[in-house]
Design a protein. Structure first.
Lengths: 265, 265
């Protein structure tokens, strides 16, 4: 934005108005739809475990059921919502939005950790082997990547050490790997669902048992939630607009690196 | 680019030079790596079917094995490569690149169709039920979406009827759904692999049978190929630069819609 030095205050107030622009008209509907899908995924997982797997408990054979429920709440629903924070909170201070993004990921991580402990503890108590299936290989990989991504994201964007230029260079990588880890989490959930179904139903799966049909619907819902979140994330015109404070920072940076005056950019 | 009317020919030659700019330095290495991964995926699928499933034939119980091989070649490797066409062929005429993109999808579709016929024919001959599993539901959905996406893409971008403005508005949707269908194809392949493994190995899967370990590795390779293709597709600075002809068209369009003169944009 060209801003003649004589009317700087007028320019700033224009920028503030621009940065408090209303969200794109269709965005709230898409976000609402994604939340409806996400809650339906969690509810359907609960219904599946309640109706066909005897519900949930820590100290019994039902301990296994803690695993799918925690993973769906943590690494599907909350992880997806953490990615959407920058699309939903468009006019709040960048730092507040960052903290919310980081916190949602912390909640997701803790819930997923409970789910992980549940399955290892269940295996140990029953003498089952660990980490032999594709689901478990993908799951451990995703969990480690998720932790590393959080640590690196925290040290670059929330810890006050990293320079503006370092943040700018890391940001696209953080976004790409964030979306990728979310998609890998969804793929891992689908593999786990399939594994749980086939171990129990075996060839009965092909007779359209009600549990099989419900689990198939759950699988489609999981995939649909992923597509909805990805669509909202990748729509170019729905990206969070840069705020006045960020524009000023970006100008300062341009000035420092290119020797330009902020008003001539 | 500002181009004073007095030196139009100089400007045009500058544009030609710009449009024949060399590819970003790292891009060829990433593309080579993705191709290595893709070929390894196809080879590992062949090795799995050859070593543990008796190989491939149409008129026998081996007919089933045609299905995974065709799906991996068509809906994973070729579909992925069709998406990469615009990153690899950066300086060729837009129309040539489009035709190659469309043709690769046609090959992928035909090979996938053979794979689909193989599994339905195998089921019919053996009296097995069709379309009961999550893998089959996702598979049919992906196959139909792939066909519709191709048809709509063809009528917008290759059939000479659609206007420039219609194409511009449809392009982001085409790109999003193209990438989504590719990811859904990969997810479906992983579900199918898991299904084939569990039906045959059952509880022996947990004893680290060589077939199980090879199939797990194949699963990780499939996921890695997806991540590699997605990374190349989404790197903003690796997008195909607009060519002189497209810039001219875009200027004409701007002129028509905004009443601007091409040289003043």
């Amino acid at each position: 934005m060209k801003c003649p030095m004589s009317s700087e205050s007028a320019c700033l107030s224009m920028e503030s108005r621009a940065s408090a622009a209303p969200a794109p008209r269709a965005l709230p509907y898409y976000v609402a739809f994604s939340q409806l899908l996400g809650l339906t995924v969690v509810a359907t997982t609960g219904a599946w475990l309640g109706l066909y797997r005897g519900g949930i408990a820590w100290e019994s054979a039902l301990q296994f059921n803690v695993h799918p429920l925690c993973m769906v709440i943590g690494l599907v629903f909350l992880q997806g919502d953490a990615l959407l924070v920058y699309r939903v909170f468009r006019n709040e201070a960048k730092r507040t939005t960052k903290v919310l993004h980081g916190l949602l990921h912390v909640f997701a991580f803790i819930i997923a950790l409970v789910g992980l402990v549940a399955v290892f503890d269940y295996h140990r108590k029953n003498g089952y082997a660990d980490l032999y299936s594709l689901h478990s290989w993908c799951g451990i990989l995703v969990f480690v990547l998720y932790f590393v991504q959080w640590l690196v994201g925290f040290s670059f964007f929330l810890f006050p050490g990293a320079s503006f230029s370092l943040r700018s260079r890391y940001r696209p990588q953080h976004i790409f790997f964030g979306a990728t880890i979310f998609l890998l989490s969804l793929g891992t959930a689908l593999l786990g669902l399939k594994e749980a179904l086939l171990f129990k139903l075996g060839t009965k799966y092909s007779t359209f048992e009600p549990e099989g049909v419900l689990a198939n619907v759950l699988g489609l819902l999981l995939a649909s939630f992923g597509v909805a979140v990805l669509y909202i994330l990748t729509r170019g015109d729905w990206k969070r607009p840069p705020q006045a404070e960020e524009q000023a920072l970006s100008m300062d940076f341009k000035t420092l690196t290119e020797g330009d005056s902020p008003s001539s950019q």
